[in-house]
Write a protein that binds this ligand. Structure first.
Ligand code: SF4
Length: 415
């Protein structure tokens, strides 16, 4: 192994037999307005496709099957993308290290392995990523539980080290120093205080207010404030039946973390069956009308049930998320449901959400680390590239101005 990068709390630390470091390159923004700068100036850590390694610093790796077959419970396991990590449930023993092999860039299964190991199997030992990983992924990996990253012998350590000197949008903020850092921290703290005050006021004004949570980072920020302040605001979510496993996995995680009960509303089974009979299960790809009908069945109708009897609802929408949200007000009147609707994060930037997530260590959907920014149903959501519009990954086959699901567009007036 030529190079190991430990992802410590203070940032990446290079260990192992790395060759002489090149002169440091000046930091550059990831996007200069003309595309992704990293693709022009910063090499990605890109090895040829294929298995990464057979040894770690303590000896030979064993495969998942060898570990399960073996009698010993010490050593290091090397997981491959197709492995079923759940087979390790109760079988991890005293593993000194679990490494996850990323054979090729774009194969996100290693993230799912990390998510399952950390959140389902409660693995607290060393977790390492190997192989085909881009610069921004190295940092993002820390968020899903990896604590080190290793190149294999045929990878260019110099290129990797140069790449680590850059940062990614939207997952990493630019390094700020001195007064700028203090100003950013003060702004962030002020935003949090305003949010706390806004949610406190909603709770005081309404007896039956609820947060409609899509389990996004934004909604988890609001959930965190509700729980920290003990506000009498209910939290519910809509399980459309087409969500990612990673999204659904957040529900028990949040309930356990905050001691909250999240009410889960599902679509009407006969309405789903009628939609599938008329349009096919994935009929939403055939046109905007079919897509909106699917959203109406799987989202809008369950939302109506969730909001029945309430006097206010809260969403985590932000203005910068989409052109359709550019004029979003912080407080609106939902005329169709005759109740107040609040968007307390309307003027928050994505960086504000990330700053909050980091400061309060809130649970995050593992998909964020795989390039997803706006997360909805699995077949209608994809990862985006740095610098792309945040909603570019939602209903990507449609025009920008049709990208709403009907949850937030019904007869709303500001104030
Ligand atoms: S986002 Fe896609 S799968 Fe989900 S309800 Fe809308 S059309 Fe259906």
């Amino acid at each position: 192994m030529s190079l190991i990068v430990e992802l410590d709390a203070d940032g990446p630390v290079v260990r192992g037999g790395a060759p002489e470091r090149p002169p440091p390159k000046p930091a550059v923004p990831a996007n200069d307005g003309h595309g992704d700068v990293r693709k022009k100036t910063v090499p990605v850590i890109k090895p040829p496709a294929g298995p990464s390694a057979s040894e770690w610093e303590g000896g030979k790796y064993v495969s998942l099957q060898e570990w399960l077959d073996g009698e010993g419970d010490e050593g290091a396991i090397l997981l491959q993308p197709a492995d079923d990590v759940r087979a390790l449930d109760g079988r991890i023993g005293n593993a000194a290290l679990i490494s996850v092999d990323f054979h090729r860039i774009g194969d996100g299964r290693g993230y799912t392995h990390a998510f399952l190991l950390r959140n389902r199997l409660n693995y607290r030992g060393r977790l390492r990523a190997l192989g085909a990983v881009t610069a921004d992924q190295v940092f993002a990996m820390a968020r899903v539980g990896f604590d080190s990253f290793a190149l294999r012998a045929d990878q260019d350590a110099n290129a990797a080290l140069a790449a680590l000197g850059t940062f990614s949008v939207p997952y990493q903020s630019a390094p700020v120093a001195g007064a700028a850092a203090a100003r950013a921290a003060a702004n962030s703290a002020a935003r949090v205080r305003l949010l706390e005050r806004a949610l406190g006021a909603i709770a005081a004004r309404h007896e039956r207010a609820a947060l409609a949570s899509s389990l996004s980072a934004e909604d988890l920020v609001i959930t965190d404030v509700i729980a920290r302040l003990g506000l009498p605001i209910d939290v519910f979510t809509l399980d459309t039946g087409r969500l990612h496993e990673e999204t659904l996995a957040l529900i028990p995680q949040i309930e356990q973390r905050y001691g909250l009960d999240i009410a889960v509303f599902r679509p009407n089974e006969s309405a789903v069956a009628a939609y599938v009979a008329a349009h096919g299960r994935d009929g939403f790809y055939d046109g905007v009308a079919q897509r909106k009908r699917c959203c109406a069945v799987r989202k809008v109708e369950p939302l109506a049930r969730a909001l029945a009897g309430r006097d206010a609802w809260i969403s985590g929408q932000r203005r910068e998320q989409a052109v359709t949200r550019g004029a979003l007000a912080e407080a609106e009147h939902d005329a169709e449901r005759n109740m107040r609707k609040y968007n307390p994060l309307a003027d928050w930037a994505w960086a504000d959400v990330l700053a909050y997530a980091e400061r309060f260590d809130i649970p995050m959907n593992a998909l964020y680390a795989r390039g997803y920014v706006s997360i909805g149903c699995e077949p209608c959501t994809k990862a985006i590239r740095p610098g792309e519009d945040p909603r570019a990954g939602r209903w990507w086959w449609e025009n920008q101005d049709s990208k709403e699901c009907g949850l937030h567009t019904t007869s709303l007036t500001s104030r």
